[in-house]
Design a protein around this ligand. Sequence first.
Ligand code: AMP
Ligand code: ZN
Ligand code: FE
Ligand code: FE
Length: 286
Amino acid sequence: MSDSAVVDLHLHTTFSDGTLTPTEMVELCVQRGLKVISISDHDTTEGLTETFEAASRHPGLTVIPGVELSTDVPGGEIHVLGYFLEVEDVGLQEVLQRFRLGREGRAEKMVEKLNELGLNILWDRVREISGEGAIGRPHIAQALVEAGYVQYPKDAFDRYISRSGPAYVERMKFTPEEAIKLILDHGALPVMAHPTYSASKSDRDGVSSLKQVLTDLKQAGLVGMEVYYGDYTPEQVEELAAYAKELDLIPCGGSDYHASGNPGEPEPGTVGPPIATFEALQALKD
Ligand code: AMP
Ligand code: ZN
Ligand code: FE
Ligand code: FE
């Protein structure tokens, strides 16, 4: 699926920790020949209004409303994507709002820890970088780049803010089962994001006993898993495709593009699932 993907179901904008606005993201995706995309910002659906408005100028482009939720498992985290969410639901929006508030407190604590380590970055500056968007570690990483402490955002993760880093702070506790239930309860399809190690996001060493985890989450209502992702090697894709097939999960994926400024970041359209994936999701949703 390299070089000419037409589907990309994992993209982030300024409404969370991406640096392109939804309009810029839509324009880039059209330019790169994509036919189906999903904007899947962290803990927010607020970028979708602008996304659909921008997409309405491109009749050849289909947009799936998405979201990405972060959950915890012993020793690691699992991200769950939700596709075709009923975004107007007040209950859903209240939950997402609570997650975003949790992100604020957590990010502020990480900045305090960095300050204690002698790195002078200002909370106000991190807030400025995040703008109105759901705040996340990439915003802190950006502040560390600006202040000259690291060259690239990924270096900030490697040295300070990865799960094992000295300035890391835990997130609000939320389990993958709870995320799946939240997504199902709002008419949407839950999909497991980036199941294994990714080279460009080097603190991501994947989930141990992945097959058991997938089996349990399928039981809880998971309908798909990412297979065609970011910088996964052909071997990783092959292994994950085999799991997806065996467990009857729809093989999904996308670039997880953030326009982060990291070298070698996979761009929209360089990786993604076949169009059959979109058809399978669409069929399940109907
Ligand atoms: P947060 O939601 O605040 O925990 O931040 C998670 C986000 O940080 C992910 O969605 C990625 O965009 C980014 N990220 C995680 N690990 C790395 C890494 N090692 N290098 C660069 N970006 C990363
Ligand atoms: Zn992100
Ligand atoms: Fe993720
Ligand atoms: Fe993501």
